[in-house]
Design a protein around this ligand. Sequence first.
Ligand code: FES
Length: 111
Amino acid sequence: MAEQTLMRLDELEEGAAKALVARVDGKQRNIFVVHKDGEVFAYLNWCPHAQDFIDQVPGQFFSGDKKLIRCGKHGALFAIDDGRCVGGPAEGQSLVKLSVGVRDGEIILDA
Ligand code: FES
């Protein structure tokens, strides 16, 4: 496990998500970070249904009501807080959740 600073929290407004590349288990991986209800969550940007990016349109990670993460490929829906699929073709599967937190105003990934 190694810590890395992803960005400042104030660069990711409440209700927003951002795609970026970070080191996860020693490899460069596409991930995304969500700022929701004052908390920060991070996941691999990789849908378990058909192994593709969640944001088929770059930067678009949410359902229309912004309450769920939505894969742009076939519409699987995932809970923002734990990444479990709650609808659509990835049922029974989950996004890969990453360990992330906020310290001194910075979003820190521990992966
Ligand atoms: S690849 Fe995400 S729903 Fe099919």
